[in-house]
Write a protein that binds this ligand. Structure first.
Ligand code: FRU
Length: 487
C-alpha cells in the first residue's frame, strides 16, 4: 500500500476518533475525492475502510443496514458500525456512525453482529472487542437498541461473557428464531483443539437481554478450519441454509483461492434441540475474487435477503492510495429449489435500468455502470472482454465453454492488478453440454456475475487503468442486451 498521508501503527489504529485533527480529515477527504474508481450504485465509504455488512433488518418502515467501518484510513483500525437506511434496498441514506466503540464493553472495536426489530426498538447484537493492558483480547457479546429516531440507547449491555470452551476467537453473533425460540449462533474456535466451531445460545428472557449457553454446533464438513467468521442460519424454502467463513479450511474440504472463503451448506432441518439434520456438502457461496462475510436475513416480507462485503481481510486494494477501501454487494435474494441455492439481485434492482440496447459483438457505453445479459448455446465457446480498451489489450476476460462446462474469469489484463499472489483467474464448473444465461452487474470498479439466474455467482473488484476501458467485446454469445444502470 502506498497510502501516503499517514503511517498507521497500532497506537494510531486505536486512537480515539475525536483525536484526529480536522486538518488530517480534510486532507483525507481531498485525496478520496480524486479516486477514478468511484462506484455509482454500490455502497462504499467516503474515506477509510468498509468491511462486513452488519445489522441488516427492517424496522420502523425502513430497511436498515450497517457496515463495519474505520473512517481514518484504508486499514483495519478501531471499528464502528456505519448506519444506512433505505425504503427500496437500492437508494441508501447515510446516517453516519450508528454504533461506536466508546465504552468499556467494546473499547477496541464494535465488531460484527445482527439486528432484529423488537417492538419500538431495533435491537443490535454485536461483539465488543476489548483488550486488556497486556493486549489480551476479551470478546464480549453485547446488545444495545436503536429507537425510532435512529438514536442509539446509552445502555450497552454484555449478554454473553467469554466462553470457557472457546479461545478469544469468539464473535459475530447472528440472531434467528425458529418456532418462537430465539437463538444466537456465534463463530468460534475451540480451546481443546484450536479448530473452528459454532456456539448456540438461547434467549431466556422475553426482552432478549438474557441468554444461556445451549450447545456447540459442530460442522464436520469444515472441521479443518481454525475459525468460522460471520455465521448465519436462515430458513429458505423449507430448507436450512448455513453460511459462514471457514478460515484456514483445507483445500480437500473446500477448493478456494481467496485468502479466506465464504461457504454454505444446505440442511433439511434445524431441530428444536439445536442440531442440523440432513446436512449436505460444503460449497463456495461465491466463486469470484472478492466476496466475504455475507449477512443474510429472513426478512418480514417473506424473502431471504443477503449482502456481501466485496472485499477480503488482509488484502490491499488499489483504492488504498486514495484513502479508502471496500464496497458492499447489491442486495440479493436467496432461494433453494430442488436443493439448489440461487442468489440474485432483488427485483427492486430493475429500477436502475435505463433504456435497453442490443448488440452483436461490440458495445461502447462510455462508462462502466450497466447490466449486461446474454446466453451461450450448448457446446459453444464464448469470450467476453469487459472493461476493455479500444485495442482490447486491457480487459477483464470471461471465457465460457459450454461443451466441457467451464467458465473462467481472468482479471490479469486489467492494467491495474492487485492480490495477484492469490491467482488472477477464478473458475466455475458448469454442467457440460448445456446452455448458460449470464447477467452481469458492472459498476465502475465492481463486477457481479450471475450464472443461470444465480446458480453460481462471481463477485469481484476490478480496476481500470485507462479511460478508454469502457468497451464490451463479445464472441460466441447470443441475445446481447445491455441497460445502463443509474440511480
Ligand atoms: C470478518 C471480521 C469479523 C469481525 C469483523 C471485525 O471480516 O473479522 O469476524 O467481527 O471482521 O471488523
Amino acid at each position: 500500500m502506498t497510502f501516503s498521508l499517514y503511517q498507521f501503527d497500532q497506537q494510531a489504529r486505536y486512537r480515539a476518533y475525536s483525536d484526529w485533527s480536522p486538518n488530517y480529515i480534510a486532507e483525507l477527504n481531498a485525496l478520496a475525492d480524486q479516486s477514478p474508481w468511484r462506484n455509482h450504485f454500490h455502497i462504499e465509504p467516503k474515506t477509510g475502510l468498509l468491511n462486513d455488512p452488519n445489522g441488516f433488518s427492517y424496522f420502523n418502515g425502513q430497511w436498515h443496514l450497517f457496515y463495519q467501518y474505520y473512517p481514518f484510513g484504508p486499514v483495519h483500525g478501531l471499528k464502528s458500525w456505519h448506519h444506512l437506511v433505505s425504503s427500496d434496498l437500492i437508494h441508501w441514506e447515510e446516517l453516519g456512525l450508528g454504533l461506536q466503540a466508546d465504552n468499556s464493553v467494546d473499547s477496541h472495536g464494535a465488531y460484527s453482529g445482527t439486528a432484529i426489530a423488537d417492538g419500538d426498538v431495533l435491537r443490535l447484537f454485536y461483539t465488543g472487542n476489548v483488550r486488556d493492558e497486556n493486549w489480551t483480547r476479551i470478546p464480549l457479546q453485547n446488545t444495545v437498541t436503536i429507537d425510532k429516531s435512529n438514536q442509539l440507547s446509552s445502555d450497552k449491555k454484555t449478554i454473553i461473557p467469554p466462553l470457557d470452551l472457546a479461545t478469544d476467537h469468539f464473535r459475530d453473533p447472528m440472531y434467528f428464531t425458529q418456532n418462537d425460540t430465539s437463538w444466537l449462533v456465534i463463530g468460534g474456535q475451540r480451546k481443546s483443539d484450536l479448530k473452528a466451531t459454532l456456539y448456540l445460545y438461547q434467549a431466556t428472557s422475553e426482552d432478549l437481554t438474557q441468554w444461556a449457553f445451549h450447545s456447540e454446533l459442530a460442522i464436520p464438513q469444515a472441521d479443518t478450519a481454525y475459525m468460522f467468521e460471520c455465521p448465519n442460519i436462515n430458513f429458505v424454502d423449507d430448507k436450512v441454509l448455513v453460511t459462514f467463513c471457514p478460515q484456514g479450511i483445507s483445500p480437500e474440504q473446500l477448493h478456494y483461492q481467496n485468502i479466506y472463503p465464504n461457504a454454505y451448506l444446505i440442511a433439511d432441518r434445524f431441530t428444536a434441540d439445536g442440531h442440523l439434520e440432513g446436512a449436505g456438502q460444503l460449497v463456495n457461496l461465491d466463486f469470484g475474487f472478492d466476496a466475504y462475510a455475507t449477512q443474510l436475513i429472513n426478512s418480514p416480507d417473506g424473502r431471504v435477503l443477503g449482502v456481501s462485503w466485496l472485499g477480503l481481510p488482509e488484502i490491499d486494494y488499489p483504492t488504498d492510495d486514495y484513502g479508502y477501501q471496500g464496497a458492499l454487494s447489491l442486495v440479493k435474494e436467496y432461494r433453494i429449489q430442488n436443493n439448489q441455492l440461487t442468489q440474485y439481485p432483488v427485483v427492486e434492482t430493475l429500477q436502475l435500468r435505463g433504456k435497453e440496447q442490443t448488440f452483436d459483438t461490440q458495445m461502447n457505453l462510455g462508462h462502466n455502470h450497466f447490466e449486461y445479459a446474454f446466453t451461450v448455446d450448448a457446446n459453444q465457446t464464448a469470450e467476453i472482454a469487459l472493461f476493455a480498451n479500444n485495442d482490447k489489450s486491457k480487459a477483464a476476460v470471461l471465457s465460457i465453454d459450454t461443451k466441457n462446462g467451464t467458465l473462467i474469469l481472468d482479471r490479469s489484463h486489467m492494467g491495474t492488478t492487485f492480490a495477484t499472489a492469490f491467482g488472477t483467474t477464478r473458475q466455475v464448473a458448469l454442467t457440460p453440454a448445456e446452455p448458460v444465461t449470464v447477467n452481469i452487474f458492472a459498476d465502475s470498479s465492481v463486477l457481479e456475475i450471475f450464472i443461470n439466474h444465480g446458480a453460481y455467482v462471481l463477485s469481484s473488484r476490478i480496476f481500470t487503468e485507462d479511460t478508454d476501458q469502457t468497451n464490451i467485446i463479445a464472441s460466441g454469445t447470443l441475445h446481447n442486451q445491455i441497460w445502463p444502470l443509474t440511480m
